[in-house]
Design a protein around this ligand. Structure first.
Ligand code: UTP
Length: 279
């Protein structure tokens, strides 16, 4: 069993890059082929041994909760037909895990969303998945890879990173650090900067939407000031812990699609359609 059994999904954001669709449909419910992004995220968490899916939602995102609950009318209508298995994956996830929910009342940033999830997590290490970063690979899932690293560094937070073109660093949190002894993919983080200009970026190692956080993060978030846009950034809170040597950045194996952007969403759709033989 994993030492981490809860995964937090901060999914309260408005998803404005996908308007008008996201006026009525949560971004996380947009499908890659037939499966919504949130389900890919939940499956990754299950693959890493997690049993509680803790959702930070908003009053506009009831569809996410509905999705993980039984729909007896549809079940009845497809029973005994060739479509009978189409709900198996979501039903399996619902049966296998506990789903817990809390609403973020104001969109005050990812750090604030994670802090809002504190009552669902309690005093234990936990994973965070941003489902609009869709990760795929042939071996261990990204979260499984991170859980294994965490087991060797139980006092540290782990952030997933990937190299991005220097021209794109201003879309990400970027780390500065040194490779751990004997490692070619794990860095001890010295500092982090949120959305730097290419001139100011210390590296092109960008943080993507997978984290393992120790409960210490909640106390730090409580004391993290909002940025110039009034948002509480998880990067700022992690910077505080990085200064104490408590953050490791992990260059994961696999591929990530930025499904929070239209381009990344289309790329993911094409890649999955080719892999499944749809096109
Ligand atoms: P994003 O900025 O990528 O998502 O936040 P967004 O705000 O929903 O999308 P755009 O930029 O308007 O198109 C990263 C993640 O943090 C969550 C989002 O739901 C997303 O999963 N988030 C962000 C919250 O839960 N609450 C917030 O206040 C902000």
């Amino acid at each position: 069993m994993s030492v981490i059994n809860k995964c937090l999904f901060p999914v309260a954001g408005y998803g404005t890059r996908f308007l008008p669709a996201t006026k009525a449909i949560p971004k996380e419910m947009l499908p890659i082929l037939t499966k919504p992004l949130i389900q890919y995220g939940v499956e990754e968490a299950i693959s890493a041994g997690m049993t509680t899916m803790a959702m930070v939602t908003s009053k506009y995102k009831q569809a996410i909760k509905n999705y993980f609950e039984p729909h007896t009318d549809i079940e009845a209508s497809i029973k005994g037909t060739v479509k009978a298995s189409l709900l198996d994956e979501v039903n399996h996830a619902s049966e296998q895990c506990d789903f817990t929910y809390i609403e973020q009342q104001q969109m005050l940033g990812l750090g604030h969303a994670i802090y809002t999830g504190k009552p669902l997590i309690g005093n234990q290490p936990f994973a965070v998945i941003l489902p609009d970063d869709l990760c795929t690979n042939s071996g261990d899932s990204v979260l499984t890879q991170m859980t294994k690293l965490y087991e060797q560094h139980p006092d540290c937070c782990i952030v997933a990173i990937e190299e991005v073109p220097m021209t794109q660093v201003d879309k990400y949190g970027v780390i500065d650090g040194e490779l751990l002894d004997g490692s070619n993919n794990a860095y001890r983080v010295n500092s982090m900067v949120e959305k730097p200009s290419p001139e100011d970026a210390p590296t092109n190692l960008a943080i993507i939407g997978r984290y393992i956080l120790t409960p210490e993060i909640f106390g730090v978030l409580e004391n993290t000031a909002p940025d110039k846009n009034g948002e509480i950034q998880i990067t700022d809170a992690l910077t505080t812990l990085a200064k104490q040597g408590k953050v490791i950045a992990y260059k994961f194996q696999g591929e990530r699609f930025d499904c929070g952007s239209v381009k990344g969403f289309v790329q993911a759709t094409n890649a999955f359609a080719k892999a499944e033989g749809v096109i």
